[in-house]
Design a protein around this ligand. Structure first.
Ligand code: CA
Length: 322
């Protein structure tokens, strides 16, 4: 309170240093991320420019989106037939998505691979498929999974092992040609330094709302680029989170630059969760939608380019300042 909001780097360092003894990861950095994102929004509004332009300018005005879906839903769904997941996946395909990410990790490897195979079959060879284990495996089981996923042409294997298990990440990464992704449970440049320099991932996935906001995002991207690691953000939660990710993605260079960048080859993509979430779909006056071409437009107004529907905010808030 009472600070100059444009001094976001100074504020970031003060907040981080003030809690060095106890707040280097977890909810405190989440909260700092929220403040940092708000400061970038204010800075953009102050000069009438979108955050994407403050970050260095737009490599793209829209981003190819992948649908995140095909979750396990309760005990009945755990025993559900692969066809049920295939039907859900086909729905995303019909809605225009050309990429899809599904969950694995709660069933025996063979049964989960049957589900992945059923989805693969349903969406066809033109649609890219990724899988996410949410750190469900030890490294030996993850290696078995990775080899099965390799045969199904899966484009990345996300969080195969717990984030603390750096050796496990390296073991899984060496065991197949499927790119390994991870980072949604990691924080700040220091956490990503270990993931990136440690050779743990092909794709680092910082979440703008957890890893330290836009200020820290820029440092993580520079670190990853210097080690030849791609950055594609993890995106979750509210419409604000989605807007922040789109601005970061707009300003993210192709990896590497070519005359014809292709999504998932060298052009970044945005995670577009398809689970019910009113904070994503109702919180913004103009909700962010995916077009029938499978792309999401980057908001164009000053700052984050969004406006909060305060009535919706009050409906879902547990505490709203006067
Ligand atoms: Ca994930």
């Amino acid at each position: 309170m009472g600070r100059d909001p444009v001094e976001r780097e100074v504020i970031w360092h003060e907040l981080y240093s003030a809690t060095r003894d106890f707040g280097q990861k977890g909810p405190y950095i989440d909260a700092m991320s929220a403040i940092d994102i708000a400061l970038w929004d204010i800075a953009g509004q102050a000069v009438g420019e979108p955050v994407s332009r403050l970050l260095g300018g737009c490599f793209r005005s829209s981003v190819a989106a992948y649908a995140t879906g095909c979750y396990y839903r309760g005990k009945e769904y755990l025993s559900g037939a692969p066809e049920e997941f295939a039907a859900e996946a086909l729905g995303y395909r019909k809605a225009g998505f050309q990429m899809l990410k599904m969950k694995v990790g709660l069933l025996e490897v063979g049964r989960d691979l049957e589900r992945v195979a059923a989805v693969r079959e349903a969406i066809g060879p033109e649609c890219a498929l990724m899988v996410d284990a949410n750190h469900a495996y030890n490294s030996a089981t993850a290696v078995r999974m990775a080899r099965g996923l390799e045969r199904l042409g899966v484009r990345w294997f996300e969080e195969p092992v717990p984030p603390e298990d750096r050796d496990g990440y390296r073991t899984v990464r060496r065991a197949s040609s499927v790119p390994i992704a991870g980072g949604e449970c990691e924080y700040t440049r220091y956490g990503f330094r270990d993931l990136i320099a440690g050779g743990c991932v092909d794709i680092a996935q910082p979440d703008l709302c957890a890893a330290g906001g836009f200020s820290e995002w820029l440092k993580i991207v520079a670190l990853a680029e210097s080690f030849g690691v791609w950055v594609i953000p993890h995106v979750w939660g509210s419409g604000v989170a989605l807007a922040a990710a789109l601005h970061a993605l707009a300003a993210l260079p192709p990896f590497p630059h070519t005359a014809n960048p292709i999504p998932l080859e060298n052009e970044p993509v945005v995670e577009f969760d398809r689970n019910p979430n009113p904070l994503r779909d109702e919180l913004l006056e103009q909700p962010i939608r995916c077009g029938g071409d499978g792309r999401v437009r980057v908001p164009e107004g000053p700052g984050l380019g969004i406006r909060i529907d305060t009535a919706v905010l009050r409906r879902y808030a547990t505490l709203v300042a006067a």
